[in-house]
Ligand binder design. Structure first.
Ligand code: SF4
Length: 304
């Protein structure tokens, strides 16, 4: 036994769990997917899905552990939670099946649906309201509220919760989501459109988000997949950094402006003292030098 053989067995153990499951109807967990063509193909050709990889299987397994951990956190805080006893329930017309993660009992004994999600620390900090979910750059995060709205619709509840757990620290926070009739109505209409498309054998049009197509398990049979041009690489991480840079740009401008004001205020005085700071103005002689010829690269970042 050595690390290599152990790693091979670890990999194989995950690989053996990968399975493509039948999908015969829409589910609360996938109805929020942005591509109706995908949802159509998923039901019609579920067996042709490209199997996911070991990395994703590991994420699914971690998700189950996080769910148990989250329930433990909630119980530790003194709340009573109910885990579903049935495999799944259904809404008829249009048929949507679902299974909530848990229901939490409020002070009046009312059971409210809760969807548990394990998130990266960045995502965990960012998501604090339903609007944060809906404006997320990640399509699967934008789809989360749909799941909870279907639970609320099924249980006839005016509110539900996301229980978000930070995958790095294990900390859990709740986000209250009020029921949105219009949103739920749109979801039901979406489901009706997909069933109608199945009935008439008319695949819906493709979505126009290249990020959704990029990771689509049915891309190979879609026929309308949006693709990133061959000379361009897709990089989600870079997206976060650029967004953060933009968030900080106003602060940077203010910093530079205040810095100029400080210099102007000090003027030619060599030593100035404030309540908390001593400011000294020192002379620095700069040597002249010639910049050698070189090739430079400049990044141009444009909003798509
Ligand atoms: S490849 Fe894109 S358009 Fe086609 S089904 Fe998948 S997500 Fe939809």
């Amino acid at each position: 036994m050595n690390a290599k053989t152990i790693n091979e067995r670890l990999y194989k153990a995950k690989q053996d769990k990968i399975k493509v499951y039948p999908c015969n109807n829409l589910r609360a967990s996938n109805l929020g997917h942005p591509c109706e063509r995908y949802l159509y193909l998923l039901i019609r050709h579920w067996d042709e899905q490209k199997p996911y990889d070991v990395g994703l299987q590991s994420i699914f397994d971690l998700g189950n552990t996080i769910e148990e951990h989250t329930i433990k956190n909630i119980k530790e805080a003194g709340y009573e939670v109910i885990t579903p006893t049935v495999r799944s329930w259904k809404i008829d017309n249009p048929l949507i099946t679902g299974r909530e993660d848990i229901r939490i009992k409020d002070e009046n004994g009312e059971l409210l649906p809760v969807e548990i999600k394990g998130l990266s620390p960045i995502e965990y900090d960012k998501l604090n309201s339903v609007e944060d979910f809906l404006k997320s750059k990640r399509h699967y995060v934008r789809a989360y509220p749909a799941q909870l709205y279907i639970y609320m619709y099924h249980f006839n509840k005016e509110r539900g919760f996301f229980a978000l757990t930070n995958k790095l620290t294990g900390q859990t926070k709740f986000i209250e989501i009020p029921f949105d009739y219009e949103y739920a109505e749109n979801l039901l209409q979406k489901a009706e459109r997909i069933y109608m498309a199945l009935e008439t054998n008319t695949p819906p049009d493709s979505c126009d988000d290249v990020n959704v197509c990029e990771n689509c398990s049915l891309q190979h049979i879609c026929g309308q997949a949006k693709r990133v041009p061959a000379d361009i690489e897709l990089d989600d991480e870079l997206e976060n950094l650029i967004t953060r840079k933009q968030e900080l740009s106003a602060a940077k401008r203010e910093y530079e402006d205040v810095d100029k004001q400080i210099k102007a205020h000090v003027g030619e005085r060599e030593k100035v003292i404030t309540g908390s700071y001593l400011i000294t103005r020192n002379k620095i002689e700069r040597k002249a030098y010639t910049v050698e010829a070189r090739t430079e690269y400049r990044l141009s970042i444009k909003k798509l």
